[in-house]
Design a protein around this ligand. Structure first.
Ligand SMILES: [Zn+2]
Length: 189
């Protein structure tokens, strides 16, 4: 879906790192911060209802979140076994340890599932910026940067004639607009 960058194209504007990652860690859309992206904890909506980002940006997109989930679960299990070995001087109650580790191995990946998805989406968006048209223009950093540049340009141009807020706005009528014909008035004596 990502379009190739051709010579002369403006470089893509990246999302801000800190807010994007905070949104990822708090189950929010990394682009716009919308919450409620999951049904019954594990069913993620296909698109963000606000900015319209399609979360599965490319085929195989979720391998990243699966990797995060696997690594965190494995490290947690390893830590659990290590702590048990240290605390019991290398003589842990094997059935208890096996029971606890099995429960953790089943429950933890499910608990982590939605977090790894939004975290991975944030990481992916920071490493592979949004392509044109991938989200609603109101949330596209490229569009926002262009608007800000345009506003700055207007402000600079308006410096000579006073404040930069002299935009005439849509209420200005053009003087050369045709007026309704007077002949339609009834019986003008
Ligand atoms: Zn969004």
């Amino acid at each position: 879906m990502t379009l190739p960058i051709r010579p002369g194209d403006k470089p893509p504007v990246p999302l801000p790192t800190r807010p994007t990652m905070i949104r990822g860690f708090t189950l929010a859309c990394p682009v716009c911060g919308t919450r409620g992206l999951f049904r019954r904890w594990v069913n993620m909506v296909e698109r963000c209802p606000t900015c319209h980002l399609r979360f599965e940006r490319i085929e195989g997109h979720w391998l990243g979140s699966l990797s995060i989930n696997t690594v965190v679960s494995a490290v947690t299990l390893l830590a659990l076994v290590t702590v048990a070995m240290v605390v019991t001087h290398a003589d842990p109650p094997i059935p208890l340890l096996l029971g606890v580790c099995s429960a953790v191995a089943v429950v933890l990946p499910v608990l982590l599932f939605p977090f790894t998805r939004t975290i991975w989406s944030a990481v992916d968006l920071l490493s592979r910026p949004l392509a044109p048209g991938e989200v609603d223009p109101r949330y596209d950093p490229q569009e926002l940067a262009a608007l800000a540049a345009e506003r700055a340009e207007r402000d600079r141009a308006g410096d000579g004639s006073g404040s930069g807020l002299s935009d005439p706005g849509p209420r200005t009528r053009r003087s050369d607009e045709p007026r309704p014909p007077r002949s339609s008035r009834p019986h003008d004596r």
